[in-house]
Write a protein that binds this ligand. Structure first.
Ligand code: NIG
Ligand code: FE
Length: 429
């Protein structure tokens, strides 16, 4: 190992468990998800922003004699959680819709009446970049406060070229400013804008704008890594989704999809056919859709917080997806309409109690497989030599406590590339 380092190493000492998730730098499937690589009696050394070693403390101390030490006080160290699905840039929270649903109006009915996504679109169009940044900054740092170190952030409440570019510029500025790792996704196909719903020709004009103007403009400016489409009955059809996502791929963007969230419309099959990086939601996926995903590299990202918050009893068939060897990821879907929680460990709790995942499966789904859903599995999501030192420290003595204290926040600190990202009042000394 080279000795000419700019900064000395850092050793994370006094850890009860290091949950390494060590293994291949790609999505894990089937039985591979059962091993979260839990190690005891070891610490973690970080050098030049990367994990340098996971080994007994005495070894680390002799290897890195000039290291500073962080006393983890018997906590559990995990890879920083990777939240691969959020809609983190919005204006007003939509709390009024929760009572409307309780009174019997369902999510799509609220949208048909001009609420839902349309309501956030009206709102965001009226806000300038500075206001959106001021709103998003503390919200994204709330996600970080629960142990998340990588956040995918979608646009999708603008639905005009200018308002989508405005949103993506906000994401780009936050990427530079915040200590958390951010991955930007263009979701101009989040809804058919109300002004394009009046006729088939007008609807077509918006799809044309997406394909011929918006996607090329976003790609040319380097403002997004992925493009996404809400493929759902009443929103984008499978054919429209195919056209939009093909244009995105041709422009050099990766492909993600909102697929089979509320109805089985063929979204999973399309995601598999296009070999999308991820197909997300899948609460209504068919057996045929599961089989199609099993034959692709696509990560199935399930979002149990959304189903919980919408008051639905159906959940994505996570067990059947795992049994079919489809790689499974968990994410928050943080957004103002269907999942306003920043609490990723709560989603792990739902993963275990509602989706019947083992703790190891839930942890792998929230780290390695979340990273794979963002094409980052070769550098984040594991505590392994050479990986970015993106770490989360929790005030628990056993990883099984992470989904157990549901709704609580046990995150003490997070680190991105070895640098402090979030630190709670329970200071790490
Ligand atoms: O993932 N389904 C579409 N998009 C979001 C909801 C967005 C909203 O209601 O504002 C979702 O659930
Ligand atoms: Fe979503």
């Amino acid at each position: 190992m080279s000795k000419c380092h700019i900064e000395p190493a850092t050793i994370f000492a006094n850890v009860s468990q290091v949950v390494t998730c060590a293994g291949p730098g790609r999505a894990r499937r089937g039985a591979e998800m059962r091993d979260a690589g839990v190690r005891t009696g070891v610490g973690v050394a970080v050098l030049d922003n990367r994990v340098a070693d996971v080994a007994p403390l005495t070894d680390l101390r002799s290897q890195f004699s000039d290291a500073r030490e962080i006393d983890c006080r018997g906590g559990v160290l995990t890879p920083g959680l990777v939240d691969s699905h959020t809609h983190g840039i919005f204006g007003r929270p939509r709390f009024e819709e929760q009572e409307m649903r309780a009174a019997g109006l369902d999510y799509m009915e609220i949208a048909r009446r001009g609420g839902g996504i349309h309501s956030s679109v009206r709102d965001l169009r009226a806000l300038d970049e500075e206001t959106l940044i001021a709103l998003a900054r503390p919200r994204l740092m709330r996600l970080a406060a629960f142990g998340t170190t990588t956040i995918e952030v979608k646009s999708g409440y603008g639905l005009t070229l200018d308002d989508e570019l405005k949103t993506l510029r906000v994401i780009a500025r936050l990427t530079r400013e915040l200590p958390v790792r951010i991955v930007p996704t263009f979701l101009g196909a989040h809804e058919i804008p109300l002004e394009h719903r009046e006729s088939a020709a007008s609807r077509r004009a918006y799809v044309d704008a997406l394909v011929h103007e918006m996607i090329p403009a976003v790609a040319a400016r380097g403002l997004a890594r992925f493009a996404d489409v809400f493929c759902e009955t009443g929103v984008y059809t499978v054919d429209e989704s195919r056209e939009i996502l093909t244009a995105a791929r041709n422009a050099g963007l990766g492909i993600k999809m909102h697929a089979d969230e509320l109805s089985s419309a063929g979204g999973a099959e399309l995601a598999a056919q296009l070999n999308a990086t991820s197909a997300d939601h899948l609460a209504a996926v068919s057996d045929h859709g599961i089989a199609a995903l099993a034959s692709a590299d696509t990560v199935a990202t399930v979002l149990p917080g959304t189903m919980l918050f919408l008051g639905k009893t159906a959940h994505a068939p996570a067990r059947r997806l795992i049994e079919a060897a489809v790689p499974l990821a968990l994410a928050t879907d943080f957004n103002p309409g269907t999942s306003p929680t920043p609490n990723f460990p709560l989603i792990l709790a739902l993963g275990v109690s509602q989706l019947r995942l083992s703790v190891a499966e839930a942890v792998v789904a929230a780290t390695v497989n979340g990273a794979a859903a963002l094409s980052l599995a070769d550098r984040v999501g594991q505590i392994t030599r050479g990986y970015s030192a993106d770490l989360a420290l929790f005030d628990i003595g056993d990883i099984r406590e992470l989904p157990y204290w549901y709704g609580d926040n046990r995150c003490v600190a997070t680190f991105v590339g070895g640098k402090t990202c979030h630190q709670s009042d329970l200071a790490v000394t």
